[in-house]
Write a protein that binds this ligand. Structure first.
Ligand SMILES: Cc1cc2nc3c(=O)[nH]c(=O)nc-3n(C[C@H](O)[C@H](O)[C@H](O)COP(=O)(O)OP(=O)(O)OC[C@H]3O[C@@H](n4cnc5c(N)ncnc54)[C@H](O)[C@@H]3O)c2cc1C
Ligand SMILES: Cc1cc2nc3c(=O)[nH]c(=O)nc-3n(C[C@H](O)[C@H](O)[C@H](O)COP(=O)(O)O)c2cc1C
Length: 769
């Protein structure tokens, strides 16, 4: 087979040598526009796992890289005058030039033809090639030539960075954060050979421009950075080796995803590899890893399907399929890490203390969790837990294990929660005429006994027509109040849990069947009239609601206030106003469901007017000591709908109206929403609102283990964590999860104590802690 790699970066060279090493009969050429030892850039870093994959693919190359690399385990953060260091992170640093030299030498040794100083314009320059590897980097001409086939999706990210080097050597991967009058700058610093360290400086576009760096040449930019990072540089100079770049040399990162990775040009198969196919931000340092993994996978597919030209289409299909999954996983993690650096100056740096800042930085990609950190650096993590517990008012005794973050107490006004776990509101469709039954007593009572700090009722309607289904809870008469008081009294008498009520109105999603009979489907008979912000049915076959009049609004507000007064009398500890999931108040907030042209529609202030009025009216009748929460759909997940940024605007308005807590859910506003589900998928909304609006939040959604909850709370991404479906499977979720992470000094209900030691012993026997 005749193979031509266009571009002699890590991807092209490594693929060339892997193929030649396994099948010397192939004719393989790598064409590079630069001189052999001429490249931009300083050092690159990858992880220990990458080295293992390279050892398996070509032990000789791996051995040479290993001799040349610098290994280090520590991360050190310079922030607000403190230096904090953790260990166990396992990185390898190597100069880009050194790496390319090793790859070039190995190619030559194996008989790969290397052509330098040839700038290729088109793949058609190699008509005899069976396979052309487009390994020509992020600005790939070959990819651009077949743009319609490869469907590249390129997003220019907002931050600016400049890639510099210095002679000062650092014994840890070092991050230095510096505040200026116009915003924050951060440096990512790592040593990659015996003489040099990479020094990347990054900031936001606004801060960059405010300092006039858009007008600065490279020398001026370097002088600026030397002054800014004088502390960490300790007298050393910064240097550039990007003299080929015109202007300031400050770049924006381009995030690339391609719709298709290979194409037949009529003579040859052309396949994308490395940065030509995808990019991953340097915040997790994986661009070179992805390039190497691509090369390894394509070579592996040849081993599976054979080396004939006839099986090339299958080889390329399989390569694309396998790599796409891994690349998207890394890109997701890289995106999280990249976004962390994009918002750090606004969101975390101003308010976080150095200890929490370090934790937040270490978990920025969300791939490293609390328990991963324990494996990496148990001493540091326990120190952090100790710090967190002390801040939460439960300092650990000397020598004793501190409480993990999720089990620390939390207070809002006069509400004191024993821990941070919340049983999320969940409709049970088991009320009679809105009145709570024995089912509710047992259901909510069991979850209170199960260790959660706070148990919420399902959405409870303030009038019969405010219910979602005939089975939903209500609170509009003495009988409703008495039935709920029975539940509240049980919880208070038998557990340490507090109990909250979620009040709401179903709006256009009302008058439907119980979930198990036909979720969101109108009742077969006995439907009641619906009201909503605008006369838009929820489903095609749903009733069309009436657009609410001023009188409707006054009535609904009065009903909800009366229900809140009943809730106070019934003894609830906290109230949450349901402004999410497309129900009545949510239908006002979303532009997709609010088409009003009066004062209750239009911009954010207009759309929030009615929900805020209800919220304020409820706040006014609550005792000062009782907190009031609001649940928001922080993302409509639909074209033209609310985004997390809109939710933050609303959260700020509710905060000004007296909200103590924002419960950050999403979706269910319109039927054609397309949420991107995944572990902890709504937590970013809580993070945004908590840290940019400055209000306590609840994170919820696909949080299923103590490890998730601890990571979220420890990183300051939420104050409380709500768990819904896992609590249906296990009422004692909190007690069980605490046992699973080895926390033994959690109090079980006295009636159940003899079950505790056996449960823990079984876990230990099964290999737990
Ligand atoms: C600031 C910064 C820091 C980074 N840090 C890291 C890190 O720590 N770890 C990490 O793994 N990755 C890092 N990367 C990413 C890494 O540099 C790339 O992901 C990696 O080099 C991709 O390899 P590649 O072979 O696909 O592309 P490249 O390395 O870009 O190689 C492409 C090659 O093709 C050549 N070429 C282009 N067009 C033509 C043409 N028309 N004709 C002939 N030759 C051509 C180019 O000269 C180049 O040599 C970083 C990137 C940046 C910008
Ligand atoms: C059966 C069921 C009923 C629900 N009812 C409500 C409700 O009444 N009010 C509400 O705000 N959310 C309700 N939700 C949403 C949950 O509170 C929670 O936000 C969602 O299930 C995501 O959390 P999870 O991944 O832990 O299940 C309900 C969820 C389920 C599974």
């Amino acid at each position: 087979m005749r193979i031509v790699c266009i571009g002699g970066g890590p991807a092209g060279l490594y693929f060339g040598l892997l193929m030649k090493q396994r099948h010397p009969e192939h004719s393989i050429t790598v064409v590079e526009r630069n001189l052999p030892y001429d490249t931009f850039g300083w050092g690159i870093v990858f992880s220990d796992q990458m080295m293992q994959a390279m050892r398996r693919a070509d032990a000789k190359t791996a051995a040479e890289v290993e001799v040349a690399f610098n290994h280090w385990d520590d991360i050190e953060v310079w922030f607000k005058g403190e230096k904090i260091r953790t260990t166990g992170h396992g990185f390898v640093g190597i100069g880009r030039k050194k790496l390319l030299n090793i790859l070039q030498a190995r190619c030559e040794e194996l008989g790969v033809e290397l052509i330098f100083e040839r700038d290729v314009d088109s793949d058609l320059e190699f008509p005899d090639a069976d396979l052309i590897i487009a390994s020509d980097g992020i600005n790939s001409k070959i990819r651009n030539r077949y743009e319609a086939d490869f469907a590249p999706d390129l997003v220019v990210r907002p931050n600016r960075y400049i890639w510099l080097g210095t002679d000062r050597l650092y014994d840890a991967f070092t991050f230095d954060f510096q505040q200026t009058e116009h915003g924050w700058f951060q440096a990512h610093i790592y040593k990659f050979d015996d003489n040099t360290s990479t020094f990347i400086v990054e900031t936001t576009e606004d801060t960059f421009s405010a300092h006039g760096l858009d007008q600065a040449d490279q020398a001026q930019s370097i002088a600026f950075c030397e002054k800014m990072f004088a502390d960490v540089l300790d007298g050393a100079a910064l240097r550039t080796n990007a003299r080929h770049l015109r202007g300031s040399a400050w770049l924006n990162f381009n995030r690339l995803i391609c719709g298709k990775w290979h194409h037949f040009n009529g003579r040859s198969h052309v396949v994308l590899m490395g940065d030509a196919a995808h990019t991953a931000h340097f915040a997790i340092g994986s661009g070179t890893k992805l390039a190497f993994d691509d090369a390894i996978e394509l070579a592996r597919q040849f081993e599976i399907f054979g080396h004939g030209t006839e099986t090339l289409p299958q080889v390329l299909d399989q390569y694309e399929e396998v790599r796409r999954v891994d690349v998207s996983r890394i890109q997701n993690a890289a995106r999280n890490a990249m976004e962390w650096f994009e918002v750090v100056g606004d969101r975390y740096a101003p308010s976080f203390e150095p200890e929490q800042f370090m934790y937040s930085l270490l978990t920025r990609s969300q791939r490293i969790s609390h328990e991963n950190l324990r494996l990496r650096d148990p001493v540091w993590l326990e120190g952090y837990e100790r710090w967190f517990a002390a801040r939460a008012g439960v300092p650990a005794k000397a020598g004793a294990r501190p409480l993990p973050p999720m089990l620390t107490p939390f207070s809002l006004r006069g509400l004191h929660l024993a821990n941070r776990i919340v049983v999320s509101p969940m409709a049970m469709y088991s009320a009679h005429d809105g009145v709570a039954q024995d089912f509710h007593l047992v259901h909510l009572g069991a979850r209170a006994l199960g260790g959660a700090g706070l148990v919420f009722t399902e959405m409870t309607a303030a009038s019969a027509d405010g219910r979602i289904t005939p089975g939903c809870l209500g609170l509009w008469s003495d009988a409703h109040e008495a039935a709920l008081k029975r539940v509240v009294d049980f919880v208070h008498a038998n557990s340490a849990a507090k109990i909250g009520i979620q009040l709401g109105h179903a709006g256009r999603k009302g008058s439907t069947q119980r979930a198990w009979d036909g979720i969101d489907q109108p009742l077969p008979e006995g439907n009641w009239d619906l009201i909503s912000a605008s006369p838009l049915p929820y489903l095609l076959g749903s009733q069309t609601p009436r657009e609410m009049t001023d009188a409707d609004m006054a009535r609904v507000q009065a009903d909800l206030v009366a229900a809140a007064e009943r809730a106070v009398r019934a003894g609830f500890d906290v109230i949450e106003l349901h402004c999410a999931h497309g129900y009545l108040l949510s239908s006002f907030l979303s532009p997709l469901t609010n088409h009003r042209s009066d004062a209750y529609g239009g911009d954010h202030a207009g759309r929030a007017r009615f929900p805020l009025a209800v919220f304020r009216a409820i706040r006014a009748v609550l005792p000062e000591s009782m907190p009031l929460s609001v649940r928001l759909s922080c993302h409509d997940w639909a074209e033209g709908g609310n985004t997390p940024e809109d939710a933050a605007i609303f959260a700020r308005m509710f905060k000004e109206a007296g909200a103590d807590l924002v419960d950050c859910s999403s979706g269910q506003v319109v039927t054609d929403d397309a949420p991107i589900y995944g572990r902890m998928y709504q937590t970013p909304f809580s993070d945004l609102i908590r840290n940019s609006v400055g209000i306590a939040t609840v994170a919820v959604g696909a949080i299923s283990e103590a490890d998730h909850a601890n990571s979220i709370i420890a990183a300051g991404r939420a104050d409380l964590v709500a768990i819904a479906r896992p609590h249906l499977a296990d009422p004692a979720w909190t007690l069980h999860e605490a046992a699973k992470i080895g926390v033994r000094d959690v109090v079980w209900p006295q009636q159940y104590r003899s079950g505790k030691s056996q449960y823990e012993a079984n876990l230990t026997r099964a290999g737990g802690k």
